[in-house]
Design a protein around this ligand. Structure first.
Ligand code: GTR
Length: 326
């Protein structure tokens, strides 16, 4: 058994014992677009197991995976209203609502996943988590989302010229529409759950995402050309409804926050393993992976995106501090 599997098995067993003794007084309903077993779903389950154990079974988490509670944009609204208690989402769909989330969503802002971790684990990450509280949400913790690259059903993309005129789905964020225009293609913002059939029917040529999502969504079946341009390293976030948070005692609030923080290393380990497994799976299934791509023109093409979105002193300062982070 791997290290993570052992931790998970232990946590789930103690949570089961705790539940047997005391029934949950509070069950926090959590949303995720991904299927059961996906690292984000497993991480929130691990968080729930820790919370249940630490509250002697009083406070539990139930994860509704596979977009059972809706697509991300709608579930964010429902979380703000207090209909959903917890939500694990990409920062992308927050871009139009919370300006601070645009900064770590900028194309090529991070030099590597390690750079992203150093930023998001420090004061800039905290500043972004704090920004959620002006929007009826509590930012609990950041998760990994790897790096996102373009994939399509038509042809191998080896340069920006190949992208010209093609149509790609993006998350519902204006900044991502401009990002795709900046490389000469057209963008259609659309919920994740509509992407597979839209590629299949030719409404769009492709989309962009990380290895695990390209795999688990089945998009690799309809869009076999995956170009490793790695234009985005967008962190994911676990948020809680401010309404649900305010119903907890201050002691339980501390325990919820701590369990979320403690689920981060579990998530990171699962993520690394899943990236590898997904890459191997799609390669074996016949995806053509284009790795010989010069990122420099892509990076240069993003200047207008920075100029359009990084306008306030606050965001300019955040960008500078990110660039200065090791
Ligand atoms: C995934 C991310 C999801 C969702 C999805 C998308 O990588 O984990 O939260 O944002 O991408 O593209 O909609």
């Amino acid at each position: 058994m791997s290290y993570v599997k052992t931790i998970m098995a232990g946590l789930l067993a103690s949570a089961a014992m705790a539940t047997a003794v005391t029934a949950c007084e509070v069950t926090l309903r959590s949303s995720d677009t991904h299927p059961d077993g996906y690292p984000t779903v497993a991480a929130v389950n691990a968080m729930g197991a820790m919370l249940e154990e630490r509250t002697d079974g009083r406070v539990c988490v139930e994860v509704f995976h596979s977009a059972q509670l809706g697509e991300e944009k709608d579930t964010i609204e429902q979380t703000q209203f207090g209909v959903i208690d917890l939500n694990r989402v990409s920062l992308g769909p927050f871009n139009n609502i919370i300006e601070e989330t645009q900064v770590p969503s900028l194309p090529y802002i991070f030099r590597s996943v390690e750079h992203m971790h150093n930023v998001m684990d420090g004061p800039i990450g905290q500043q972004i988590l704090d920004a959620f509280s002006d929007h009826d949400l509590i930012g609990l913790a950041f998760y990994d989302g790897g790096s996102r690259s373009f994939y399509n059903s038509e042809k191998p993309i080896r340069s920006m010229a190949d992208l010209k005129g093609m149509k790609f789905r993006v998350m519902q964020s204006d900044m991502f529409v401009d990002m795709v225009s900046a490389v000469g293609a057209n963008a259609t913002p659309m919920p994740y759950g509509e992407v597979y059939s839209s590629i299949q029917t030719g409404v769009i040529d492709g989309a962009e995402n990380n290895w695990p999502s390209y795999d688990s969504s089945g998009h690799f079946e309809v869009a076999k050309y995956y170009t490793l341009d790695q234009h985005l390293i967008v962190p994911e976030v676990l948020v809680m409804s401010k309404k649900s948070w305010d119903k907890l005692t201050p002691e339980d609030q501390v325990l919820v926050k701590q369990a979320a923080v403690d689920s981060v290393p579990v998530m990171r380990d699962l993520w690394v393993a899943q990236e590898k497994a997904s890459e191997d799976k799609v390669r074996a299934a016949g995806s053509e992976i284009i790795t010989d791509i010069d990122k420099t023109p892509f990076i240069e093409a993003m200047v207008p995106v920075y100029e359009k979105y990084v306008t306030s002193d606050k965001l300019k300062d955040m960008v500078k501090r990110i660039q200065a982070t090791e």
